[in-house]
Design a protein around this ligand. Structure first.
Ligand code: C2O
Ligand code: CU
Ligand code: CU
Length: 467
């Protein structure tokens, strides 16, 4: 068992120096073509049927310009970090022709989407796609909201190297009509002075996970991420935390911000907050009124100052310059009437379970993270029947925090109460979070900590849902 010591993230803001565009087999992409609106560049839908989104995704190495004049060798989907934004309507069919051009096996997992089990992209349900091989993912998109995709094989390394992308699922019936929607994928990576990804060290990062020294917004150095909009615009910003271990705490330069959606989509009742904390894997959508010349999304980051004291930095991770309204601009949205969402059925709890989170120092393997006293469960942790509503106590017995993530189903957070449907929730050190999970999707589903180093060191299990 570990001491209850506070997690301090030191961020020695690095600057990338030098270029080393050595010998990549494939001609590398020398720039990162992300846009200020979408997390990644738009992707081509090769299917003319409006209810089918059919795309090609290739995992490959790429040389990425995180800032001007720098080149970082990363992993990418289709040559960019983040990978292209996948955009579709709820109910559409998504067909993904995936090719692995990396030199190691990989998969694609659709984080948060209640896909059929065989499409979940974990090694439980598919053989990892070997280098040079292909795989076709195909499913009907079950829910609207903000999701993301990433591999589920050696995830801590592959995601750190840049292998992830955002997913935007629209709801043509209920989505409010904003002037513009943006996706902001927040990440941090650890790089060396030469701009390359630092070597991986389980010994150093096993305890708190790997937090970086270089913050990224949509694959660019955080302070380079900017956009513009007509003054007064009302926008929807979909925020994804794709970091391995860093909790992103964000605020709004204009005061409070309105939270309108969680992992599982739109909220019945949006609410105002000063700060919003996103654990690794979580998403929140916020509503932003651009009523000032300069609007910033601020990230609050703990860092050590020159005297080795902990201070909180306020870093602008996205900036919008507003411009006078032109006649070519469409009129900006006034006050939106919030949609009346279909009522969620009240459900009786059919089972009650507990998941204990702890860690041990294994004499042979070193640090191991555990769920209910065991690392890397082979057999399912629980077996539920389709339709079960399960109250689960997530009890963290040690100091380090654990963002708990459940595949294939949504849950509500009962205590401390939080609005909306979730697939990832932070369980702080030495505390308990109560959730109510809806096991409506049949199959073998991973349940794990989304601090990717914790998952790699054993904090990973599966839950079976039988028909
Ligand atoms: Cu975002 Cu099992 O993962
Ligand atoms: Cu997931
Ligand atoms: Cu953890």
């Amino acid at each position: 068992m570990f001491n209850h010591n506070a997690l301090i993230l030191s961020l020695a803001l690095a600057t990338v120096a030098g270029c080393s565009g050595e010998d990549l087999a494939d001609p590398p992409s020398l720039q990162n073509e992300t846009t200020p609106t979408w997390g990644g560049k738009p992707i081509t839908d090769i299917n003319p049927d409006p209810s089918i989104v059919e795309i090609n995704l290739v995992a490959r190495e790429a040389l990425i310009a995180l800032e001007e004049g720098s080149i970082t060798r990363m992993y990418s989907f289709n040559g960019t970090v983040p990978g292209p934004t996948i955009e579709a309507n709820v109910g559409d069919e998504l067909i993904v022709h995936f090719k692995n051009e990396l030199s190691e096996p990989t998969t694609i997992h659709w984080h948060g989407m209640r896909v059929p089990n065989a499409m979940d992209g974990t090694p439980r349900v598919q053989a990892p796609v070997a280098p040079g091989e292909t795989f076709e993912y195909r499913f009907i998109i079950p829910d609207a909201g903000t999701y993301w995709y990433h591999p589920h094989v050696r995830t801590h390394e592959q995601v750190e190297r840049g292998l992830y992308g955002p997913i935007v699922i629209h709801d043509p019936v209920y989505d409010p009509d904003y002037d513009l929607e943006r996706v902001l994928v927040l990440d941090d990576i650890r790089i060396e002075d030469d701009g390359q990804i630092s070597p991986f060290s389980p010994a150093r990062d096993g305890m708190h996970g790997r937090s970086g020294n270089y913050l990224l917004t949509n694959g660019r150095r955080y302070d380079l991420a900017e956009g513009s909009a007509p003054l007064g615009s009302l926008e929807r910003w979909r925020i994804v935390n794709s970091a391995n271990a860093r909790r992103m705490i964000v605020g709004n330069s204009n005061g409070t911000m309105k939270v309108i959606a969680t992992d599982g989509g739109l909220l019945d009742a949006p609410y105002e907050v000063n700060r919003l904390s996103l654990a690794p894997g979580e998403r929140y959508d916020i509503e932003v009124r651009l009523s000032q010349p300069n609007h910033e999304l601020i990230s609050y980051v703990m860092a050590l100052d020159d005297n080795n004291e902990i201070t909180e930095l306020e870093l602008p991770v996205f900036r919008v310059q507003t411009r006078a309204h032109k006649s070519s601009d469409s009129p900006v949205a006034g006050v939106l009437t919030w949609p009346t969402l279909p009522p969620s059925p009240t459900r009786e709890i059919t089972r009650t379970e507990t998941i204990l989170f702890d860690g041990i120092n294994d004499p042979e393997k070193g640090l191991r993270w555990r769920l209910n006293g065991k690392s890397d469960w082979e057999e399912p942790l629980f077996s539920f029947s389709k339709g079960d509503t399960v109250r689960i106590s997530l009890r963290n017995l040690a100091g380090p925090e654990h963002p708990f993530h459940l595949h294939g189903q949504f849950f509500k957070v009962l205590d401390p109460p939080r609005p909306g449907l979730k697939d990832t929730v932070l369980v702080p050190g030495m505390s308990t979070v109560e959730i109510e999970a809806y096991f409506d999707n049949v199959g073998h589903w991973m349940a794990h900590c989304h601090i990717l180093e914790h998952a790699a060191l054993g904090m990973m299990a599966s839950i079976e849902v039988t028909p």
